[in-house]
Design a protein around this ligand. Sequence first.
Ligand code: TTP
Ligand code: MG
Length: 371
Amino acid sequence: MADVEIHPSLLKRKIIHFDMDAFYASVEVRHRPELAGKPIVVGGSPQSRAVVCTASYEARKFGVRSAMPCSQAARLCPEAIFLEPDFKKYKQASQEIHAIFARFTERIEPLSLDEAYLDVTGHVEGLLATAIARKIQNAIQSELRLSGSAGVAPNKLVAKIASDFHKPAGITVVLPEQVQRFMENLPLRRIHGIGPASEKRLEEVGLRQCRDVWAWSRDRLDAELGSMGAWLYERSRGIDTREVEAHRERKSLGREETFAHDKIDKQELLLALREMSEEVASALESRALSGRTITLKVKYADFSRCTRSLTLNGATHDATEILKTAAELLEDTEVGTRKVRLIGVSVSNLQGKDAVESSAVLHDRGEVLRL
Ligand code: TTP
Ligand code: MG
């Protein structure tokens, strides 16, 4: 293929995506240095129904992965050391990491406790983005005794994919003129925003890698994929014009619970929902937020899941109203006839004076406060 022009958006920004390596496990090792070099699994006891939050790279060699039941992890790696997660520690470490980011730019957009986008386009001392990434990595290693990896690229899309390329402790740089080659053979699943469901849908129409999309016209993509078509046209070519947003709007606030034993009794589920509704209401109230859409999430024993939502006429942060709506939504599920493994309630469509907050403090997968 002849050399293709560089898309103008690729010449505008310098973005670093920084992602910590085996984050929860590394923080645990920092607190207990005798664990260094050992296979560590953070999640819970293999005798419980806990799932793996993360595993050290030593444990990953045995095939242990995030989201797998801890019992399975123990079968794969019998000598692994299992630890309960301790979110306070991870939040603390996250703040320390952010303090290091902030030495180089104010434009930091956290994605979760352990990863963030940094816009370093206009660095005051004119340091190259790659040099900044290296300095951050070194500071995190020497001052915090933690390890992280970076992707350096002209936009968020490419930087995020790149940070994963040479993990752990790697830095991957993709220059504007390299973006096209970098994307060409990537599976579409690597694009942030394409999950397992979208991947399946795309495979069904014959799209697996980025270059498969290049062969399709915009019209064909629109016709086959609807609103996703235009988005995929750009993303597959490594184009992404989104800004790094230092403050993002919180989109929803919720609680969910995985039961130690599957529940089939509706009254028991309502009781759990009551407790969660109260927690959600007080969390909303303490942040001066209220929301119009109530969503109920149910995961059945076979891991299949359903969500049901209802949008109210006015916003609420009232526990009784949240519970009443969740209970109505429960009627539209198979609860009562099928065993339930997890139930959750969340409020979205938020409004209020604090609707815009730094996501660093709020986002925490472990406690299911969701953005
Ligand atoms: P990740 O960055 O996805 O994973 P990681 O930092 O443990 O490992 P990697 O070196 O591959 O980046 O997630 C960050 C933390 O989020 C992770 O340490 C634990 C938590 N987490 C969960 O609780 N559940 C999950 O399913 C995943 C993927 C992560
Ligand atoms: Mg990580």
